[in-house]
Write a protein that binds this ligand. Structure first.
Ligand code: NDP
Ligand code: NHF
Length: 327
């Protein structure tokens, strides 16, 4: 059983705690919050019995094996480095780090410490992500792909009110590319490899980050166009085209349907597995498996995470977006 310490008490930390409870691999043991009473009210529901408002105190506890970080993006780096210094395995929410320099330092530190560092890109561990990848591999060629992730953020209302919520701030490494675009980059690079060239045409919001945009990945014989938004909902389909054959995913994360359509035969086959009982269950199980029985998967996830970080940094900087964390 792996004892987990959680950093952050927002909705996603609750979701991950629920997913951990569905496994037999983890015990939610400790919670860190800037407010101790919050840590306690968060953690008691999951059977945690250690509560902290001092992060170093939590990290120093020997009974904790794994730290899960669900704090604003720009805080991930220092928190992960501290946890790694205490020889804890670390699961850090996507986007793991603000830039490649942080990514390289953190993964080097994990290796020195002899522990694992995982970026929690949940859709990568969904069986349906692999189903799509396997079907793409069966195509003799790819002609085109379109991917999209756009959801109106309730926190955009605060931006319209003149405020600067974390996810829309340069200080906390926010913006559409960092928040939702990384899911698209994971799929594009995971399924098609790295592009020859790429551009990001984005629209900034008043806080200076990108609220929406279009990423174009160019490969020698095809393009992948990716639409991302936090300022409006998108209903652009997710599809991969090969002449008369098309793969259509209903959603890129939490995929419920993967239709293989053949316009010559008029056949439509659904290749998808039923979704898991929880969107974060597959990644939780995968990380425990990798800690308990190391395999080649770790290196594969790590390389993909590095490529996503590198492309996301390049795209945003070329689009003129610089974070406080870049200085
Ligand atoms: N995998 C997924 O599906 C999802 C992943 N995420 C990722 O999870 C992470 C957290 O996102 P989100 O919940 O929106 O972030 P929030 O801005 O809501 O912050 C999360 C937590 O961090 C702490 N926190 C907030 N602001 C600060 C601050 N200024 N200084 C120190 N601590 C702070 C708070 O905990 P406390 O008050 O207890 O200290 C808060 O509950 C992000 O990396 C995001 O990308 C988010 C949603 C979904
Ligand atoms: O990763 C994420 C997925 O969904 C959320 C919104 O629906 C995002 O804000 C979040 O960061």
């Amino acid at each position: 059983m792996l004892n987990v310490g959680i950093i952050g008490t927002s909705g996603i930390a609750h979701e991950f705690a629920k997913a951990l409870q569905m496994t037999e691999d983890y015990q939610v043991k400790a919670i860190y919050s800037r407010t101790k009473s919050k840590a306690q009210s968060f953690g008691e529901a999951y059977g945690a019995d250690l509560f902290f408002d001092d992060l170093e105190e939590m990290l120093a506890r020997p009974e904790i094996d794994v730290i899960y970080i669900a704090s604003p993006n720009s805080l991930h780096f220092q928190q992960a480095m501290s946890a790694l210094d205490h020889h804890k395995h670390v699961i850090v929410e996507k986007p793991a780090f603000s830039n490649l320099s942080e990514w390289d330092q953190a993964f080097a530190r994990a290796e020195e410490a002899g522990v694992k560092l995982f970026e929690a890109a949940r859709h990568l561990h969904d069986r349906n992500f692999q189903v799509a990848k396997d079907q793409i591999k069966k195509f003799d060629k790819i002609d085109n792909a379109v991917l999209s992730y756009g959801k109106y953020s309730s926190r955009y209302d605060q931006v319209l009110d003149g405020q600067e919520p974390n996810i829309f701030s340069l200080k906390y490494s926010g913006g559409a590319l960092m928040d939702l675009g990384v899911y698209l980059l994971y799929a594009a690079i995971g399924w098609f490899g790295e592009p020859e060239s790429a551009t990001y045409q984005m629209k900034k919001v008043s806080t200076g980050v990108d609220g929406s945009g279009v990423i174009l990945f160019q490969y020698p014989t095809f393009n992948v166009t990716m639409h991302v938004s936090k300022t409006f909902n998108l209903h652009v389909s997710n599809e991969i085209n090969n002449g008369h054959q098309t793969i259509i995913l209903d959603e890129l994360t939490g995929t419920k349907e993967i239709i293989l359509e053949n316009t010559r035969t008029n056949e439509r086959t659904d290749l998808a597995y039923q979704p898991d009982a929880h969107l974060m269950l597959a990644e939780a199980l995968a990380f425990a498996r990798e800690i308990n029985r190391p395999s080649d998967d770790y290196e594969e996830w790590k390389q993909l995470s590095r490529k996503v970080t590198a492309w996301s940094e390049k795209l945003r900087k070329e689009a003129g977006i610089y974070f406080t964390a870049d200085k």
